[in-house]
Design a protein. Structure first.
Length: 277
């Protein structure tokens, strides 16, 4: 991974989002709420895209629509030129909450999808063995999730995702609940997997340093209704030095962009709750 250059935008587009809109009914307030409005975005093949925005701006909604867990109110999402209409193995999702089966061991959790596809036992076990080794969990095959640390559970979730060989990784703040040291380790783990296997990644985060560290580009979203405020290209080779002048110049730029939207979201929340008349 040393010296790995950022992705070039000349690559083929894997995901294309056009005019995406999401509107829903707020039952408590008896009003229509626009979560996303006019999202236009193209994600290149093998690109690592990070997404930042204030709470409530629709980041997770955007990810869920790409995954087809939610439907859009307008616009379209294309994958390799074809509309996405339902969840599929081409898009793997990792959540903050791990979503592991607590009654299954590490090995059983990781091989779950392969069992559902009725892969022969010997082939399945060999693939699971290699995947467990790739995320540094050899020796923990028979442990249950509750016996693992948070970072280890997230590695199980990542291995369970990768073993099904999705074209696209959709990651919703997967490291937010981890302590700083474990989070840093998992970031490097993910970059190692991504650089070796070159998948397309959309990574949602609230952490500016994480967004700049991981992303080829950083999408900064506005306060609700969520729109794309700016897309910042990170023209830094990997591995990236978070203490460098160049890195911190980009971090400051992204911070300024985001702070305006966080303040707008906070003001809107105060208005909604009656804190400001």
């Amino acid at each position: 991974m040393n010296g790995l250059a950022p992705q070039h935008r000349a690559q083929a587009e894997r995901i294309v989002i056009r005019g995406l809109r999401k509107q829903f009914r707020d039952i408590a307030r008896q009003e229509e709420v626009i979560a996303l409005d006019g999202i236009d975005l193209a994600v290149a093949d093998d690109e690592f895209l990070t997404v930042l925005g204030p709470s409530g701006c629709g980041k997770t909604t955007l990810l869920n629509i790409v995954a087809s867990f939610e439907s859009a109110s307008g616009g379209e999402v294309l994958l390799d030129g074809e509309p996405v209409r339902k969840p599929g193995p081409d898009r793997g999702v990792v959540f903050q909450e791990y979503a592991l089966f607590p009654w299954l061991t590490v090995q059983q959790n990781i091989e779950f999808g392969l069992r559902e596809r009725r892969m022969p036992r010997l082939e399945r076990r060999e693939r699971v063995r290699r995947q467990i080794a790739s995320v540094g969990l050899s020796g923990f095959e028979q442990r249950y999730p509750q016996e693992l640390s948070g970072g280890m559970r997230q590695r199980v979730a990542l291995a369970r995702l990768l073993i099904n060989n999705p074209k696209i990784l959709l990651m919703d703040e997967p490291f937010a609940a981890l302590d700083a040291q474990t989070r840093s380790m998992m970031q490097q783990e993910l970059l190692g997997v991504w650089s070796a296997e070159r998948r397309t990644v959309i990574f949602i985060t609230h952490n500016i340093e994480e967004a700049v560290l991981l992303g080829d580009r950083v999408v900064v979203m506005t306060a609700r209704p969520g729109r794309i405020k700016e897309i910042v290209a990170i023209e830094l080779a990997r591995p990236r030095d978070v203490t460098s002048t160049e890195f911190n110049e980009i971090r400051r730029r992204v911070t300024v962009l985001l702070e305006v939207e966080v303040q707008a979201a906070f003001a809107a929340t105060r208005m909604e709750t009656g804190a400001v008349q």
